[in-house]
Design a protein around this ligand. Structure first.
Ligand SMILES: NC(=O)c1ccc[n+]([C@@H]2O[C@H](COP(=O)([O-])OP(=O)(O)OC[C@H]3O[C@@H](n4cnc5c(N)ncnc54)[C@H](O)[C@@H]3O)[C@@H](O)[C@H]2O)c1
Ligand SMILES: [Zn+2]
Length: 362
């Protein structure tokens, strides 16, 4: 499979797979109005691949969560205002999820929207964040507070980028890949069970990315603007966001999601909605193989976790919401999660986690 088409209320778009060198060579045909924004690490590692692009057309983007804000976007407005190309400009951005969020926001607001092509370079961005139309910026310490719905006009995925990622960033992406494969039902679940140990082999990596996008596509196309079904993508994220918070972002996002799914599964099992067998299967054959490091016990302060869950931007009522997995790979959003259930799930999880001789994978 080399093209996935995504339907969107904003505009339909395609994810194309292949070699980035060939793709960039083709893009240069329209070079006059095209500008490139490249993640600083990607630039450092792949400079030589980009040498044929006119250096004046390249903006190197320093990325960090602290810089994923309006200031960075304003700085980019300043640069683009000076270019002779105006509304007819094309922005090609190359990098991970942070690059995507900053440049997507820029493209959606500059001259009320300009053409934007995104080339994701991390597992998380290739397998998950690149589709779905969202652009998000942080406001002070509030994550993803500001944003727009603005998909790229085209996405180009070269899976070879993944091999230069830092181990911990790779694991973060893996958490989302596992989440999507569980959400995809039995066929995809069995695929990821078999693939998780050697996922970075190229004959497993590309199918895992393609599967992830196809599964996510099935959730977003029906519900682009986050009303119902799309909420299920938050599986693992209710507890996950809270854990990121209580660990001061010491637990990387994708790892927090994996732990969040484990906790949600315990809640579901305790409610009699998820069988012990499926829960144990997921825990032993997927989660423990995809946690790079055991998080410090101090991150699991129940009081602070509950407090953080109460502050989650997606919470609307007074009770705690949670997306849970049920038997048959069905998902449900419950809105009446009790604090006692959180405490019990946390106790059970910590007991399993610190009993297991979880070793970091190779
Ligand atoms: N818009 C959305 O729908 C959406 C969805 C999920 C996550 N996100 C956002 O995505 C961000 C996380 O994205 P991410 O995990 O891709 O992280 P990232 O963009 O921060 O990249 C991680 C690190 O890897 C470096 N890097 C990128 N590509 C590389 C490569 N090929 N080789 C070596 N180093 C490389 C970057 O410079 C950075 O230091 C978060 O801010 C999150 O909020 C957005
Ligand atoms: Zn996520």
């Amino acid at each position: 499979l080399s093209v996935i088409e995504i339907k969107s209320n904003v505009r339909n778009y395609k994810v194309v797979f292949g070699s980035v060198k060939n793709y960039l060579a083709k893009l240069r045909i329209s070079e006059k109005t095209t500008y490139y924004i490249i993640d600083h690490n990607v630039w450092r590692i792949y400079k030589k691949s980009f040498l044929k692009i006119n250096r004046n057309k390249i903006i190197i983007l320093p990325v960090s969560e602290e810089k994923k804000n309006l200031d960075s976007v304003q700085r980019l407005y300043g640069k683009f205002i000076k270019f002779s190309a105006k509304r007819n400009v094309t922005i090609v951005s190359i990098g991970g999820g942070i690059t995507q969020d900053i440049t997507g926001f820029l493209a959606s607001t500059l001259y009320r929207g300009v053409k934007w092509i995104f080339i994701p370079t991390t597992l998380l961005a290739q397998a998950d964040s690149c589709i779905g139309s969202k652009t998000s910026l942080n406001y002070k310490s509030f994550k993803n507070m500001i944003g727009t719905f603005y998909p790229p006009f085209e996405l180009f995925v070269d899976t070879d980028f993944i091999y230069t990622q830092k181990r911990i960033d790779f694991y973060s992406g893996l958490g989302e890949v596992i989440k999507l494969h569980i959400m995809g039902g039995k066929k995809y679940f069995n695929f990821i069970l078999r693939a998780v140990l050697d996922i970075s082999c190229s004959h497993k990596l590309k199918p895992a990315i393609v599967n992830s996008l196809l599964i996510k596509k099935s959730y977003i196309e029906e519900d682009e603007f986050d009303g119902g079904r799309r909420n299920f993508l938050n599986y693992g994220h209710c507890f996950g966001h809270a854990l990121e918070n209580t660990s001061g972002f010491g637990i990387p996002h994708g790892q927090a999601v994996v732990i969040g799914m484990a906790l949600a599964n315990i809640v579901s099992r305790n409610r009699g909605l998820l069988s012990k067998e499926l829960e144990a299967n997921i825990l032993n054959k997927l989660f423990f193989l995809s946690i790079a490091e055991k998080p410090a016990k101090s991150s699991f302060d129940v009081k602070r976790i509950i407090l953080a869950m109460r502050k989650d931007k997606k919470r609307t009522g007074s009770d705690l919401p949670l997306v849970i997995l049920k038997d048959g790979f069905m998902l449900e959003k419950i809105n009446n999660l009790k604090e006692t259930e959180v405490r019990r799930a946390m106790d059970e999880f910590l007991h399993i986690l610190y009993r297991s001789d979880l070793n970091a994978r190779p």
